[in-house]
Write a protein of this length. Sequence first.
Length: 257
Amino acid sequence: MSRARPPSLGDYIRGLRERSTEDGGGMTRQMLATAMHTSVAYVAKLEAGRAKSPSVSVLQAISETFELTPHEVRHLYNLARQTPTERESEPVTDGVGNQIFELRERRALDALNPHPASYLDERWNVIACNSAYDELFPGLVENGNVLRWFFFSDQSRSIMVDWTDEAKLTVAWFRALMGRYYYADWAQSLLSELNEVPIFREFWSLGEVSFGRDDPLMKVRHPETREVTTLHVRVYTHIDGYGGAGQFYLGVKLSSR
């Protein structure tokens, strides 16, 4: 299985083309060129990353050909640099975030107990959390990163009732966050670590992308009582208060069984 690479427009279009048919056979470049009303040479140029700033009409043709979801369309436009509102500079990293995260934000987290809540940066590092979050996801705060916890900690498989679905979603979300920046160097070290885990490479190779949860319900198993609780989860982006873009996680406890 090939190693995971940062998302690029060429890789994304090639992946869409290769997975496009129901029988798994994919489309040839000629088939894609015909559908887009362009040349095979131009499709090859797109996939090689040599087509600079493809036009909106080209991106629309790709979106329509592959019947992309809104998440996938947004990712496509990000990779093609046709989204001026997305980020051109590198995100704030966990070290800086911890230094300038304000006390009032930490108090707000504490006020949300017993519902788990946390602030994370866009590399899925935990900046701060309340005690409910720390208790419900043992080892995560100590590990410091949600993706590392999923793929390097046995505790994650015990806690997350639907581990596979949740892990796939987090990987797809990470890909989307990487794709919104012009330069992905900020995430290279984490991607290099995760490359050592075969199941991460398997999930990455699916080429899935997401900018959020379509299903807000998450089932977690308490580490001590083994009681299963359903959380209504929301993750909000563009956080003000710690100096840069980030994510705010809130899981409202709905029921237990």
